[in-house]
Design a protein around this ligand. Structure first.
Ligand SMILES: *Cc1c(COP(=O)(O)O)cnc(C)c1O
Length: 241
């Protein structure tokens, strides 16, 4: 897929976000778009960057570590996938935000690594709102129980919640999941006594419904980049010229 196509796809996704905002009486400026580049090469990222887009999401540290240095500089990268604690150090170096903090243990490790790096790390707490066994994330009960402790970690800043709705052909079916997470955010705000800015909800199949229900960050891969060919791997270093 060429650069022109990607720019057109990006524009089409923004149009759909704007329409969803209009329907819900929201300002499209409240919504940011994380272009999910997992599985796609640096050239695809560069094509979107040339179209003026600067926020990208990756779900694997290994892939991001190889890809980011091959992409234009000055882009913002968010981690959106499950992170093992032994990758926290790299994550704190590579990513501006970790959207997928899914356990207290991981939060503690990210805090430790952020301290070592002398930075503050904005995070979103991932919620497994539909209780799917196959998904990572806090159950709502656990989140409320552990929120105070996460909030006391000095190097993490909780910016909101993230969720991945169950896959479905009919996005209307997952509307209640988005509503549940929005309500959970309210309960977290009451518990913290402070507002949380962000709700990261909505992917290619369901982002309009997510925006209608208050999402401030959508994470869109396929609708921008097309089908993921396979996992992207860096070219082996050229040997002997
Ligand atoms: C892959 C992925 C996305 C994007 O999925 P698409 O259906 O390709 O838009 C969004 N969020 C997370 C956490 C992902 O892993």
């Amino acid at each position: 897929m060429g650069g022109m196509d990607l720019a057109a796809n990006l524009e089409a996704v923004w149009k759909r976000i704007e329409r969803a905002c209009e329907k819900a009486g929201r300002d499209p400026k409240e919504v940011s778009l994380t272009a999910v580049s997992k599985g796609h090469p640096p050239e695809a990222v560069a094509a979107l960057a040339a179209a003026g887009h600067d926020l990208f999401g990756e779900n694997r540290v290994q892939e991001a570590k190889a890809k980011i240095p091959e992409c234009p500089s000055g882009l913002r990268w968010h981690m959106i996938g499950h992170l093992q604690t032994n990758k926290a150090r790299d994550a704190v170096r590579l990513f501006e935000v970790v959207q997928s903090v899914d356990s207290l243990k991981l939060a503690r490790e990210l805090d430790k690594q952020a301290e070592k790096r002398g930075r503050v790390l904005p995070v979103l707490l991932e919620v497994n709102a539909a209780g799917e066994a196959s998904k990572y994330g806090f159950s709502p009960e656990r989140l409320l129980a552990e929120l105070g402790e996460i909030n006391r970690l000095p190097r993490l800043e909780i910016h909101g919640l993230m969720t991945m709705a169950p896959w479905t052909k009919d996005p209307e079916k997952v509307r209640p999941v988005f509503v549940r997470v929005r309500e959970l955010k309210k309960r977290c705000e009451e518990k913290l006594g402070a507002p949380l800015a962000h709700l990261s909800m909505g992917m290619s199949g369901d982002f309009e419904v997510a925006v209608e229900e208050g999402s401030t960050i959508v994470r869109v891969g396929t609708a921008i980049f097309g089908e993921r060919p396979c996992a992207w791997r860096p070219r082996p270093a050229a040997e002997g010229g």
